[in-house]
Write a new protein. Structure first.
Length: 290
């Protein structure tokens, strides 16, 4: 993580304050595999008919793929899970989230990123599966397979994400409100008759009361008042080159040690302005593919 240090240099004409940003190098993995092809969601439209879809809660965890022998992050880097955790997984490929509970992303992220796993911490983690890579048949058929796999494994840390059906948009929005009010992020909708797909597809949609996406950190503004000596806001660049600031949602810890320049940050926003920049952007987390 980056470290901000204030260097104060005395000059003949006074005292000049400067800030030096030192960025720690990311961990180096000797056995990195190519990034796997994943199914990625598009944003659901406001007039969506949910009847052809299976619906589930959007879990705020760390995505991980199991190939039958190795558990890896979406980047291809290995997840250093305890041997007992790995031993409980089946020989079939799985796709899912390493998850603890709602509003516990930072905790689960810290646990699963460690190269030396802590058994006590990992006892809290569940592997919540929502897909079977390269499995034949429709998503409906794969749901049945996932439930059978979890039942056969019979370990407390392997679960199939609950999937349910709704008949109309009013019921869908009621379920969305219930999930959000309980601390969840939103809902996922997976086309019931879809074969296994990869890439960003209409077969998988996300439904949330707000939008979130990623942008690149390109600088910082200095903090003032109680944030003096910290980052006041993050200077961000969107994929299309537009720039904006994120000042909301930054904890004191993030302000002291902001994400490194060049890193991706996930942020939340309500809508885009006429100029195409996010309105009411709020920091969520550093985007780490581990």
């Amino acid at each position: 993580m980056p470290i901000i240090r204030s260097l104060r240099t005395g000059l003949l004409t006074g005292c000049l304050s400067a800030t030096l940003l030192l960025v720690a190098a990311p961990p180096v993995y000797a056995d990195v595999a190519p990034s796997p092809a994943l199914l990625l969601a598009k944003v659901a439209s406001g007039d969506l008919d949910p009847a052809p879809y299976w619906v589930s809660e959007k879990l705020d965890g760390v995505r991980a793929l199991w190939d039958g022998a190795q558990l890896r992050f979406r980047s291809g880097n290995p997840v250093h899970a305890p041997a007992w955790f790995i031993a409980g997984l089946p020989p079939q490929a799985l796709d899912g989230e390493l998850w603890i509970a709602r509003n516990r992303f930072e905790q689960v992220s810290g646990i699963v990123r460690r190269q030396q796993p802590n058994d006590a911490d990992w006892r809290q983690v569940r592997y919540m599966i929502f897909e079977l890579p390269d499995a034949p048949g429709s998503f409906t058929a794969r749901i049945t397979q996932m439930r059978a796999i979890v039942s056969a494994a019979n370990v407390p840390w392997l679960h199939a994400v609950e999937q349910f059906r709704v008949n109309d948009q009013a019921t869908l929005m009621h379920r969305l409100d219930s999930v959000v009010q309980a601390g969840g992020e939103g809902l996922m909708l997976h086309l019931a008759d879809a074969p296994y797909l990869t890439g960003r597809q209409d077969a998988l949609l996300k439904l949330k009361p707000w939008q979130d996406t990623e942008a690149t950190v390109v600088g910082y503004t200095p903090g003032t008042g109680k944030y003096r000596g910290m980052a006041g806001a993050l200077k961000m660049q969107m994929p299309d080159g537009k720039h904006f600031l994120i000042g909301s949602g930054l904890s004191d810890a993030v302000r002291r040690h902001p994400p490194a320049i060049g890193s991706l940050v996930t942020y939340r926003y309500q809508a885009l302005t006429q100029d195409g920049v996010p309105r009411f952007a709020r920091y969520l987390r550093l985007r780490e593919d581990y």
